[in-house]
Design a protein around this ligand. Structure first.
Ligand code: ZN
Length: 204
């Protein structure tokens, strides 16, 4: 009997679907599925139900692009948050990492990635036009560039800084830096380092 014949059809289909996830190859898909199948059936169902709930209800905030189950997220709709401070991040989870510090009182702007020519991701693929619109609409005082402290994140921050300066000569443009190791990710930074890098952000 071949491997193909031995593998139950349901597993084949599930593995195949899991590889639709960005960065998920055969190995990641296998790890996810086989770990899930190790759980007792009732727990498996709980995990899948929670995933189903998330995939069916979560969408990007119409303003900032972070994950929300409403049209506009709780941050954008809070009267306590100033829209004159906009923190630009690559992905929604980066905003949540900063949010966890409970210090930042402005709003976010999710780019949806970073400029990566080798992967064919150009500025046009990111939410940069939307950022310019929001800076204008909210008469923003400061834009904090919190893209990842690595080569692509730096290049993306520099590109956006240049563009913003052209449109808004008086806008304060800052970059998180101090405390975060080069080559790292905002999402994975420890809280103290991330807090330092926000507090000691430098003006570009
Ligand atoms: Zn929002």
């Amino acid at each position: 009997m071949s491997y193909e014949e031995a593998l139950p059809e349901a597993i084949k289909v599930a593995l195949n679907k899991l590889t639709l996830l960005p960065t998920y190859g055969e190995r990641s898909a296998s790890r996810f599925l086989y770990n899930l199948l190790k759980l007792p059936v009732d727990k498996r169902v709980e995990v899948v139900k929670a995933l189903e709930q998330a995939v069916q209800t979560i969408r990007p905030c119409a303003e900032c692009g972070i994950h929300t189950s409403a049209e506009v997220c709780t941050i954008c709709s809070s009267p306590k948050r100033s829209k004159r401070f906009i923190c630009v991040v690559e992905e929604p989870q980066d905003a949540f990492a900063i949010e966890k510090l409970e210090r930042y009182k402005g709003v976010y702007h999710v780019l949806g990635g970073r400029i990566a020519p080798l992967e064919g991701i150009s500025p046009r693929d990111l939410r940069i036009e939307e950022l310019i619109d929001r800076v204008e609409k909210y008469k923003a005082k400061e834009v904090i560039l919190a893209t990842n402290p690595n080569v692509e994140g730096e290049a993306t921050a520099n590109y956006i800084a240049k563009l913003l300066r052209k449109h808004f000569p008086d806008l304060k443009i800052t970059r998180i830096s101090y405390g975060l190791q080069f080559g790292s990710f905002v999402e994975l930074a420890d809280e103290l380092s991330l807090e330092k890098s926000m507090e000691n952000r430098k003006t570009l």
